[in-house]
Ligand binder design. Structure first.
Ligand SMILES: Nc1ncnc2c1ncn2[C@@H]1O[C@H](COP(=O)(O)OP(=O)(O)OP(=O)(O)O)[C@@H](O)[C@H]1O
Ligand SMILES: [Mg+2]
Length: 273
């Protein structure tokens, strides 16, 4: 649309978003139920919710990897109808690196798929491997990297595409607590440099509070937004801040909202009529 002010548009908007999956021939499972909300440009919004509540499904709909069965997702003002690789990248819990490619070649992979100038690609690979702290490890193969280093490569691979929106589905979930916390600090630094909008799925209240401008608490399946909590804590969220009474108060509040959902019994698929 001509003359549209993109900055005025929410980066991501859910309008009455719904998703049911078919199970077998005669039943469906309702994963997401009627979510409406807006995520502003440059916000980092975490999704916290029980296992199986629909968090990955929500990200998949934003990424255009699966279609809603009701409502819509809009990205930068446009309805999502399929993948939008120029605007959105996604990082998963597993780094999914190609084992026969070195770290730099893995980062280059996404750029190669997109095509373009080879020199520009090399510049982007170097820039983002440095940004995730992997200078010196460019020529290592995935089997020669630790779990944290492999996830840094996956992060660099996504960052190199320079999209405005990054979706992160438990990106540090497989890492030990200390590495996870360090990568959280680094993600925030990267975010402040690259000014991305981020949707971040996690099971950790601590991690959500460490990173987020807003935390969405999702109900048990089907996912609804039970609570939408703005985190008014200064950044960066240092270890000292994370030990402060204000931080702990947020933790208690989020836990109280989440715990009932964790207790919810898992509902059975519903037979189609
Ligand atoms: N492709 C699919 N086909 C059928 N059902 C699916 C499919 N993908 C997800 N589901 C169902 O949708 C529900 C939500 O799944 P989803 O993976 O979105 O949950 P989640 O919140 O990401 O869980 P976790 O925290 O364990 O990763 C689950 O009941 C799951 O079984
Ligand atoms: Mg998931």
């Amino acid at each position: 649309m001509r003359g549209r002010n993109l900055l005025a548009e929410p980066a991501i908007e859910f309008r009455n978003l719904k998703k049911s999956y078919p199970v077998g021939n005669d039943s469906t499972i309702e994963a997401v139920k009627d979510i409406s909300l807006k995520v502003r440009a440059k916000e980092l919004v975490s999704l916290l919710g029980p296992s199986g509540s629909g968090k990955s499904t929500i990200l998949a709909m934003v990424a255009g990897l699966t279609s809603p069965t009701g409502g819509e997702v809009r990205v930068n003002g446009d309805r999502v109808e399929g993948p939008r690789p120029k605007e959105i990248t996604i990082v998963f819990q597993e780094p999914n690196l190609l084992p026969w490619r070195r770290a730099d070649q893995n980062v280059r992979y996404g750029l190669e798929l997109r095509g373009g100038d080879l020199k520009v690609m090399d510049g982007l690979v170097e820039k983002y491997l440095n940004l995730v702290g992997l200078q010196g490890f460019e020529k290592y193969y995935p089997s020669q990297l630790s779990g944290g280093m492999a996830q840094r490569v996956a992060l660099a691979r996504a960052l190199a595409l320079e999209t405005g929106i990054m979706l992160l589905d438990e990106p540090f979930g497989a890492l030990d607590e200390n590495t996870r916390s360090m990568l959280g600090d680094e993600l925030l630094q990267i975010k402040s440099i690259t000014e991305k909008t981020m949707l971040f799925v996690t099971h950790s209240i601590e991690e959500a509070l460490h990173l987020s401008d807003r935390v969405l608490i999702l109900s048990g399946r089907p996912a609804r937004v039970k609570d939408d909590i703005r985190i008014n804590l200064e950044t960066p969220r240092t270890v000292e801040l994370r030990c402060s009474p204000e931080f702990q108060e947020y933790k208690v509040r989020i836990w109280q909202s989440l715990k009932d959902e964790l207790n919810e019994n898992i509902t059975e698929p519903v037979a189609n009529r």
